[in-house]
Design a protein around this ligand. Sequence first.
Ligand code: HEC
Ligand code: HEC
Length: 380
Amino acid sequence: MRTRVAVVGLLACLLVSAVVKVKAQQPPAAGALLSDQVFKNVQVMKGIPVDQFMATMGFFSASLGMSCEDCHMADDRDWSGFAADNARKRRARQMIQMMQKINADNFGGRQMVTCWSCHRGADAPRTVPDFNVQYGPLQAPDPNAVVAQNPLSPMPDEVFNKYVQAVGGAQKAAALTSFAATGTNLGYGPESTDQRRTEIYSTAMPLRRSVVVHTSNGDATTTFNGTNAWYAAPLRPVDVLTLAGQELAGAKIDAMLLYPAQVKSIAPRWRVGTATTIDDRDVDVVQGNTADGIMVSLFFDQKTGLLTRSVRYTDSPVGKLPVQTDYSDYRDVNGVKMPFKLLQTGLDGRDTFELTQIRANANPEASRFAKPAPVAPPKK
Ligand code: HEC
Ligand code: HEC
């Protein structure tokens, strides 16, 4: 479902970089295809799952305000082109090593300094303080920060109870055991003009979720079957990618977020930080860490009690990788308020889902949650 940026070529070769192996934050999970098994010229970020590796590319692009083609002479119709080295790509490799060394030498290996810390969306980091920032209007606090329980904020249970009340009450919420939804999906950038049909299938017990987007190049399918998760899509380096580790755990969280009765059990403990605002609405921020080490932030509208945003952060060798979902257009489905609009934002793309119909308790057939088949590549 992630948007890929279309790529054109440039650049030439220079320089040689030292090779230092970067330690992954988490041991790779069994079953995950690793970066250096799939890609031809991985020298630094070896041994990490392929989807995590691809997300680090989104992290680079976001941190430097670049797109893929700024560092690669390549096109997503032929992934082998990304292996070629050039001056900027080598520079980026050196930067990963520099960053790791800064963190190792000064912060006990914790990821305190990342590409974003210095670059802030630009190729050349600023060196002189900016008067516009010093004397400009006060900036709103970064809603992505780690929060601690604020003694003046409500306790987590209060916020969760209010949420379940707001969607229709515990009984109604528990009675939602499955659904099938249809609607449209819009990507970002070049994909934002193409309205694509989309379907979402889910069951609460066992917890399963499958999202299908019918793109002009073929179906993009993300499926979690309760135990395993896959991502199958056209024009990807791996046609059917098995998710593992935190990426698999993230797919489970995405499924739990569909059921208000399950949201609280995403993490064993929660904390409620200082209230903040999203789109001028006051929200309570509830944060927890799952057993798999994923930090999750949930934002609940103080007035309506409804969930307006979720953000989950998975680890990578270059920094935490956020995936954010914004929920709106809540409508009644069988006595339960469900969001009909979902805006999913990641480092490598943004997708808007606008649902037209949600059929509660549709009990989708088991085949909807089977491992997706590879998508035939589109004709060149
Ligand atoms: C700031 C520079 C930079 C940007 C921007 C960037 N990459 Fe990379 N890319 C790298 C570096 C450096 C490596 C090699 C990493 C290593 O050796 O561990 C790499 C490696 C890759 C590889 C592996 C190629 C192979 O076969 O060895 C792929 C695929 C890739 N990038 C895709 C992308 C995509 C897609 C984007 C845009 C979302 C992107 N990159 C953005 C720097 C960049
Ligand atoms: C401690 C600060 C710092 C960190 C952390 C950092 N950089 Fe840099 N980076 C710089 C500076 C300074 C330059 C040089 C800018 C110049 O020469 O104008 C630079 C230059 C670059 C360039 C060359 C840009 C160009 O104009 O071609 C790339 C690519 C780059 N960094 C990638 C990264 C990546 C990827 C990361 C994270 C893995 C990272 N940097 C982390 C400070 C940093």
